[in-house]
Design a protein around this ligand. Structure first.
Ligand code: NAD
Ligand code: UPG
Length: 429
């Protein structure tokens, strides 16, 4: 199948490379010339495990360009552009999706299928279908559930495929089945439904995950005033298969380019639809944001003030195995510490360059030893393996700090205490 992918960011670049891996002939198209140059040279413009290998090995079937006219040769066109939060509002900014679809119109016609993968508010697909159908082409919505850090395997072997299609005589299901024939053959479930359900599946999946994290972080708040241990509690309730242990890790909370903006867009869309009383996701958002200040308050309380105190912040990415700092709790904590008067040195195995683009004023130290060398406190805010596996005895020789605040509850309190540190977790005694 000849495929175009419009938008080659965290989602689209991986999708394009994986479609080539499945044997399709793929052109990735993006308005960002620097990104296209990297991708065309076989280099990932961002850190995503496994992507460089795919880009390097699929040259014959995979190319990248800024020229939208290259889409004319393809039959299936995936829309993978961003849908960020609008400035000054909770709603999703749909201008990139609208621009991408409009740019495709001169190059598509009968027999072509435009497939939305971006996360959009319910109602978007029906609106865009009316525009696409004027060319004789069709539209489907096929939301994406990949996680950064696991994007390649999540794309090649997702938990499920969801197709939102027009009811009746449509080529969409047939064409998508052809695109995904290899993974479908291994028995991955596929749900074919209408546009609105497909759009809502995506946002409700993210809303559920966000709610699960804020639920456990709300319990962490209660644990903190009662002396209970939220990690033991999560293990205990997680044994109930109706609840499950995954996404019950209390800490500094969720960030990234998806969960925060998607729950806000959900709420904004509900409001537009007259569902004013559907407010629970506001609480989910508030619980989540409170945890960031909580980390700062814990450093403050344990150091007896922050002014001119030296704090090493370990982690900048919103999660490990990613260089993404969009709405990153880690980067936010670093900024809050600086605002409170602390002298912060921040480090991360992959995200220093992306962090520098949004916060050039921070003091970045690529080497961990350099970040911790003169510190009064260490704060772990992204649970990279490199930090989870730190040896407290060795660290004690490399830093004068004797306070460690574990914003991800990813360290063994006893080992750090045995090495002479005051260990402070979130929701842990
Ligand atoms: N990042 C993820 O893990 C993930 C997972 C599932 C769904 N999504 C959704 O996928 C969408 C894309 O997210 P992302 O993280 O890849 O964003 P991103 O910002 O990394 O990438 C978007 C890309 O689209 C390009 N672009 C913008 N307008 C364009 C146009 N008119 N024509 C061609 N290219 C254009 C940008 O230059 C950019 O490279 C969002 O709706 C997001 O919610 C993301
Ligand atoms: O128990 C947990 C699990 C996660 N997180 C945090 O939650 C955020 C999101 O993590 P994760 O969901 O793994 O990352 P994303 O790559 O943003 O993926 C989410 O957002 C994507 C974009 O919509 C979806 O495709 C994925 O299915 C959905 O998991 C990160 O900051 C994590 O640190 C926690 O705080 N506690």
């Amino acid at each position: 199948m000849r495929i175009s992918v419009i938008g080659c960011g965290y989602l689209g670049a991986v999708h394009a490379a994986c479609m080539a891996e499945l044997g399709h002939d793929v052109v990735g198209i993006d308005v960002d010339a620097a990104k296209v140059a990297d991708l065309a040279a076989g280099r990932s413009p961002f850190f995503e495990p496994g992507l460089d290998d795919l880009l390097g090995s699929r040259h014959g079937r995979l190319r990248f360009t800024t020229d939208i006219a290259a889409a004319a040769d393809a039959r299936v066109h995936f829309i993978a552009v961003g849908t960020p939060q609008q400035a000054g509002s909770d709603a999703a900014d749909l201008r990139y999706v609208d621009a991408a679809v409009h740019s495709l119109l001169p190059h598509i016609g009968p027999g072509h299928l435009v497939v939305g993968k971006s996360t959009v508010p319910v109602g978007t697909a029906a609106r865009l279908a009316a525009i696409v159908e004027q060319t004789g082409a069709e539209l489907a919505w096929n939301p994406e559930f990949l996680r950064e850090g696991f994007a390649v395997s999540d794309t090649l072997t997702p938990d499920r495929f969801v197709y939102g299609v027009r009811p009746g005589d449509s080529i969409a299901t047939e064409l998508l089945d052809e695109v995904y024939a290899t993974p479908l053959a291994s028995g991955i479930p596929r749900i074919v439904t209408d546009f609105a359900t497909a759009e809502l599946v995506k946002v409700s999946a993210n809303a559920f995950l966000a709610t699960k994290i804020s639920f456990i972080n709300a319990i962490a708040e209660i644990a903190e005033v009662t002396g209970a241990d939220v990690t033991t509690l999560a293990d205990a309730i997680g044994h109930d298969t109706r609840i499950g242990r995954r996404f019950l890790n209390a800490g500094v909370g969720f960030g990234g380019g998806c969960l925060p903006k998607d729950i806000r867009a959900f709420r904004a869309r509900a409001r537009e639809l007259g569902l004013e009383s559907l407010t629970f996701l506001e609480e989910v958002d508030q619980i989540n944001l409170r945890r960031r200040q909580r980390v700062v308050d814990l450093v403050d309380a344990n150091l007896g003030g922050l002014t001119d105190r030296r704090v090493a912040v370990l982690g900048l990415a919103f999660k490990p195995e990613s260089d993404d700092v969009r709405d990153s709790p880690a980067l936010d904590v670093a900024g809050r510490l600086v605002a409170a008067g602390a002298l912060v040195r921040a480090t991360d195995p992959e995200a220093i360059e992306t962090a520098r683009r949004v916060h050039p004023e921070l003091d970045y130290r690529p080497e961990l030893d350099d970040a911790i060398a003169e510190a009064d406190a260490l704060v772990v805010v992204t649970e990279w393996r490199q930090y989870r596996e730190l040896d407290p005895v060795t660290i004690a020789q490399r830093t004068p700090a004797r306070l460690i605040v574990d914003g991800r509850n990813c360290l063994d309190p006893q080992r750090w205490r045995d090495a002479g540190f005051t260990y402070v977790g979130l929701g842990r005694p």
